[in-house]
Every structure is written in structure tokens, then in C-alpha cells.
Design a protein around this ligand. Structure first.
Ligand code: ZN
Length: 419
């Protein structure tokens, strides 16, 4: 079994990670009910039997207990997970770890373009930006050698604008979500826009389909890499030129475990390098299997086959609009955090007609003086993207019911979509 082969190869590092966690991380010390055997007796069946799988919610609710006592929380850097709830997960890393992982990622990029550098001009995408008090949501921004393209509105006129900004800026490379770049590629192809000289595109943050990949390659005529990562672990796998998604096994051990309720294999990730905030056997929420590959062009021999994964949800609205559902999470997160309290802790948007949306909000009402003022602000921000013609209904609810089919709460539902 592949998990065992991979485990045996990483056994020493996994052992050290567990030992460190037991000695220095209070969550594991208090919740694990096993003792670590000698390294000779430490094998995959022990690991599988005794080390429990860690849920995201468990980390969210006890996050401080996951920080190693050998580190000072104030010294750590952090990322915040994107998510549909107002309670994102804060993911910690030491400065040393951050640098190490960034170097590892740059090594992957340089497999594709040997002289690519942090100083090169590049384009990226953003979901929301705060500027003092103001939310910046629908503008193309310039930051030194970077061009930032918003992820919200992919209606034809906006795509036209993004492509023309790209032509003027002429970045050496682009990184961003596959659906957004695919939308740009589709439009560039149909309008025969052909003046971009990009050397490299790195797709990240979303599941990539073969159709997306081949169109992006065809239109932009450059090398395209797939970077599979998360806020929790940063880069987890990176493709080689042959298209295999190689696990970054210097830093991570990944298992593929059958999940009865999903009726499929899911990925369970153990960090081998983040000593400050170690996640061990963490359920990342993606479906996929692992295989050993004989690929000669890449040092890592473990290759991921992702089956499903995070993907942006685009929907149409009256007025030829084509909107990314990330709009709502971006805006809600942008304006919802008031003095450390999340005003909206969960939400769901339902499209009931081409010109009508219902926005359900679960609110921590004690965080704000006036709910009406908050909703007015929310409406004004959403209208900057969708315009004034769409009817919006705001409903404050106690809870959002999960989808009976999947058991998951969806943040966007299109009732007009067939099937
Ligand atoms: Zn390969």
C-alpha cells in the first residue's frame, strides 16, 4: 500500500514530528492517548491505529493549543483561511519556516523557468483588499512589480479591461486560480487577442480540469504549472513539465485514506517542517489518491491525482453579468470584522432569478450598534459589483441548513440552474 511505502521513507521525520508535538504542543499532549514506541517499533500500522485524524473545526476552536510552547505566538507570522464562515482559521508559521517554504516553492518554479526571479513583473488575482477603512473590490491595482486583478466580475467588458491591463503591463508570469485564468483565455481566444508575451503561468487555489489546462496553454503559449496548496500548509504539490502533481515531500507526508461517507479516497496531511504550529493527520478536505511515479525530471516520486476540489462558482445575472461567488465571501469578510468580532459568522446566497438574490446572514448581533447600518453597507458594497438593477433580499437567520445530499453548508446556490 502506497501510504505505508511513503510512511517508511519519511519515518524518521514523522517520528520527530510526533515527538515534538507530544513534548511541546499542549493540544496533542492532552488529547493523544498513546505513548510513542521506540523508533524500531514505530510503523505505519501504529501511526494509522493511534494517531487520530484532525478536523479543521478542532483546530479552529483550540487554535492557541496548537502553537508549540517553544515559540512565542507574537513572533509567528500567519495566514487566514478563506472560507464561507466569518470564523476563518488562523494558520501560523515561524519566519524561518516561511522562508524555507518560499524557497522550496521558488525551486519548483525554476524547474519551469530557470531565471524567474521575485523581482520580475507578475500578475496575480485578489479577492478583497482593505485600505484603511475602505474595501477595494473591483479595481485593477498596481503594486511595484505586481499587477493585481480582481476576482469578482468576469463579465465580458471587465475581462476585456483585465486583458488590456495585462497587455500594457506585460508581466513575465502570472499566478492565480484556474477558473479566472481560463475565463481570460476563453475571451482572448474568441476575440483573437494575441499580444501577451507571458513565459509562465502558475495555477493555484483551485482544482484544475484538463480542458482548462489545455486551453490556457493554447492561448497564452507558455509553460503552465499546477500548484496545489492551502493556507494551512502552503504548497503541498507542484507539477512537473510532464504534468504530474508531485508532493513536496521534504515538508509534508500525505496519506490517501478511504472515507466511507464520501465513498472515496481523501487526503490527510502531516506537516514535517512546521514546528511552531504542527498539524498532524489533518483532514484537508480534498479527494484524491497518491501514486509512485517513475518520472525522471522531478526528485519527488509521490504524485497526487486530485479528483475533486475547491473550485470557484460563477453565475450569471441580468445585464450580461458573469460573477464569481467569491464576491460575497470577499465583501462579507472585508466588512464583517469589527474590533475582533465577526459580525457575520455564516452566510448563504441564493440566486432565485436572473435579477434576484436572497442573502441569508447569521449574525453576532452584539458586535454592532445597528444591524440596518451594517446591511446598508453590505448592500452598497455588493452593488458595486452587481449594479443597481438586481433585487436583493437580506434575511437574518439563526442557522444555515446543510445540503441534505452532501451534509455540507453551501455558500452559494443557483436555483435557476437546471439539474
Ligand atoms: Zn513528473
Amino acid at each position: 500500500m502506497i501510504n505505508e511505502v511513503f510512511f517508511n521513507e519519511k519515518k524518521d521525520k514523522i517520528y520527530s514530528a510526533l515527538k515534538h508535538a507530544m513534548e511541546n504542543v499542549s493540544y496533542y499532549r492532552e488529547n493523544w492517548s498513546f505513548e510513542l514506541p521506540s523508533i524500531e517499533k514505530f510503523d505505519y500500522s501504529f501511526f494509522q491505529k493511534y494517531v487520530p485524524i484532525l478536523e479543521k473545526d478542532e483546530v479552529r476552536t483550540h487554535n492557541d493549543q496548537f502553537i508549540s510552547s517553544r515559540y512565542d505566538k507574537k513572533e509567528l507570522t500567519f495566514d487566514v483561511t478563506s472560507g464561507t464562515t466569518g470564523n476563518p482559521l488562523i494558520c501560523y508559521k515561524s519566519k524561518k519556516e516561511r522562508l524555507k517554504r518560499a524557497n522550496e516553492l521558488w525551486k519548483q518554479r525554476k524547474h519551469f523557468v530557470p531565471y524567474l526571479s521575485v523581482n520580475d513583473k507578475f500578475a496575480r488575482f485578489y479577492a478583497f483588499r482593505m485600505n484603511e477603512e475602505h474595501l477595494i473590490i473591483n479595481k485593477v491595482l498596481y503594486r511595484d512589480n505586481e499587477l493585481h486583478i480582481p476576482l469578482f466580475d468576469y463579465s465580458e467588458n471587465r475581462i476585456e479591461e483585465y486583458l488590456s491591463e495585462l497587455s500594457q503591463f506585460q508581466p513575465r508570469w502570472i499566478h492565480g486560480p484556474s477558473t479566472a485564468i481560463f475565463n481570460l483565455a476563453k475571451h482572448a481566444k474568441s476575440k483573437k487577442i494575441n499580444d501577451l508575451k507571458i513565459e509562465f503561468i502558475e495555477l493555484n487555489g483551485e482544482f484544475v480540469t484538463d480542458a482548462q489546462l489545455s486551453l490556457i496553454k493554447e492561448v497564452f503559449r507558455c509553460k503552465v504549472a499546477n500548484h496545489y496548496g492551502s493556507r494551512e500548509f502552503w504548497a503541498m504539490a507542484f507539477s512537473c513539465e510532464e504534468g504530474h502533481l508531485h508532493v513536496l515531500e521534504q515538508s509534508l507526508f500525505i496519506e490517501s485514506i478511504y472515507n466511507e461517507s464520501l465513498q472515496d479516497y481523501e487526503l490527510i496531511v502531516t506537516s514535517l517542517s512546521n514546528a511552531s504550529w504542527p498539524l498532524i493527520r489533518y483532514r484537508i478536505g480534498d479527494i484524491g489518491t497518491i501514486e509512485r511515479s517513475s518520472c525522471k525530471s522531478h526528485p519527488s516520486s509521490y504524485v497526487l491525482h486530485l479528483k475533486k476540489g475547491r473550485k470557484a462558482d460563477y453565475f450569471t445575472l441580468a445585464g450580461n453579468k458573469y460573477i464569481n461567488a467569491i464576491t460575497f465571501s470577499g465583501i462579507i469578510r472585508g466588512i464583517s470584522n469589527i474590533k475582533g468580532c465577526s459580525v457575520v459568522y455564516q452566510y448563504q446566497v441564493v440566486k432565485t432569478a436572473e435579477n434576484e438574490l436572497i442573502i441569508k446572514l447569521c449574525m453576532n448581533q452584539e458586535c454592532i450598534k445597528s444591524i440596518q447600518l451594517f446591511i446598508d453597507r453590505l448592500e452598497a458594497e455588493i452593488r458595486k459589483i452587481i449594479g443597481n438593477e438586481i433585487v436583493l433580499h437580506f434575511k437574518i437567520v439563526d442557522s444555515i441548513q446543510p445540503d441534505p445530499k452532501t451534509g455540507k453548508c453551501r455558500d452559494f446556490i443557483d436555483e435557476t440552474r437546471k439539474g
